[in-house]
Design a protein around this ligand. Structure first.
Ligand SMILES: Cc1ncc(COP(=O)(O)O)c(C=O)c1O
Length: 434
């Protein structure tokens, strides 16, 4: 048995089995790793109870939604369509919060209202949203959530910061007074106060957000029974990166909520909304080496694999770095980025097959395609890309160059390999064209 790294539960030979059955590229998920993260999130220290909502935008596969919610997590949906997908996966509306930039209109409005009657918690994200939902909510639900834009955020890149002046998520603090006035006029109560300051940012700012949100609740929201500190817990995908310490953050939150109780007599239940933390490091992209080239003196070696930006666009979007593994066709581990002694003998650019010179899995801090040192693979070997469980299958520009959406495979805790999404057929790509 050999494993890609210390936290992977999949035997490298299983990647060969997966290739034989379903081909490459394919997403492969480590079910035991997902289950362990769900359990860890649910045991985050807290003062008066914790609710964990899985941010399904990270990965919305129906089987994964089922597994994650059956282990006790609820759902954070970012659109009505996501909420509907959760319901289609068997999740009850009462387990879903909807936090969206748009309020559904026309036919979708009736669907939203039906879901709210069945317990979906609507998270008001703007004054306009509040005005559009106010009358319905006053007559049909007991409380609303409000997402507050605190004015301070943090993200793994500027585009992942959702709390500063460059992003417009939530009701800005300057508008909270107007929201309260409107809600008061309708007899509406904000029972849940929410914020999400960004993804993958500095854990110190996440900690600061706890204080900020509690101060906001104390000042403005007498009816709040729960607070959500959002998602955004930083994950370490590459060796040398440091993940947020959720235990320490939980202890800090528990202390502050405890102090809030002493000051006010109010017991606030706490929520978090992790996406990345639950699934990022449980996902691997299985690709095969289809070519090797070089660009001569002063140039680079290139390893061309059959899955790149259409599988994982995070390097292009955020400059994110993902670990590489090389596994032979018969399942022998030849190189792991996590093995300090691995022979990093070959400097190469790992490039995808899309007609785009930026289609690489390694981009440097200046935004340029960059080589990385690894062991030289042969044509036909597998290059496996780690850390692709979150925001890859759900967010990549699949169908560029008409490449079909890759299949998804779950390796269950007992080692069983299960196809959880088929490879797309070319007929499906063109199905809606007239
Ligand atoms: C409202 C909200 N909650 C939670 C998350 C999950 O963030 P992460 O995957 O970084 O945990 C996001 C991500 O964008 C979000 O917008």
């Amino acid at each position: 048995m050999s494993k890609l790294n210390g936290f992977c539960n999949i035997d490298t030979r299983q990647f060969t089995d997966i290739y034989d059955k379903y081909g490459a590229p394919a997403y492969v998920y480590d079910g035991a790793a997902v289950a362990a993260r769900c359990a860890a999130a649910l045991s985050m220290p807290n003062a008066f109870g914790i609710g964990v909502r899985y941010a399904m935008k990270a990965n919305s596969n129906r089987t994964l939604l089922r597994e994650i919610t059956q282990s006790g997590l609820m759902i954070d949906a970012s659109s009505l369509a996501e909420a509907r997908r959760a319901v289609m996966a068997g999740v009850g509306c009462e387990k879903i919060i909807l936090t969206s930039q748009e309020i559904p209109e026309d036919g979708d409005r009736a669907i939203l209202e039906d879901m709210m009657r069945r317990g979906l918690l609507y998270n008001v994200c703007s004054l306009r949203q509040l005005r559009l939902i106010g009358d319905f909510a006053a007559e049909n639900v007991t409380g609303l959530s409000i997402r507050v834009h605190p004015g301070v955020g943090a993200g793994e890149s500027a585009s992942r910061n959702t709390g500063d002046q460059y992003s417009c998520f939530g009701v800005h603090l300057k508008d909270v007074g107007a929201a309260l006035e409107y809600a008061g006029g309708k007899g509406l109560k904000f029972t849940h106060i929410h914020t999400h300051i960004g993804s993958g940012g500095d854990p110190e700012l996440w900690r600061g957000n706890i204080d900020r949100l509690l101060a906001i609740v104390g000042k403005y929201f007498p009816d709040a029974a729960s607070v959500s500190f959002g998602g955004g817990l930083r994950e370490a995908r590459m060796p040398g990166e440091t993940a947020a310490d959720i235990d320490a953050l939980g202890r800090y939150a528990a202390e502050r909520i405890g102090e809030f109780h002493v000051r006010t007599g109010r017991k606030l239940r706490m929520e978090i909304e992790p996406g990345t933390y639950i699934i990022a490091n449980a996902g691997y992209a299985l690709t095969r080496v289809i070519d090797k080239k070089s660009t001569g003196d002063g140039g680079f070696n290139f390893i061309v694999v059959n899955g790149g930006m259409e599988i994982n666009a995070r390097p292009q979007l955020y400059g994110s770095r993902h670990p590489f593994y090389v596994v032979s066709r018969d399942g022998e581990l030849l190189f792991s980025e996590f093995d300090a002694d691995a022979g990093k003998t070959y400097g190469a650019i790992v490039t995808g097959r899309c007609c785009e010179s930026g289609d690489t899995q390694n981009i440097d801090a200046q935004g340029k395609v960059a080589p990385r040192a690894l062991a030289e693979p042969e044509i036909g070997d597998f290059v496996i890309i780690g850390g692709v469980g979150a925001y890859c299958s759900s967010m990549s520009p699949f169908n560029y160059n008409s490449y079909p959406q890759a299949p998804e495979v779950l390796v269950r805790e007992n080692g069983a390999i299960e196809l959880i999404r088929k490879r797309q057929e070319i007929e499906q790509i063109v199905a809606n064209e007239l």
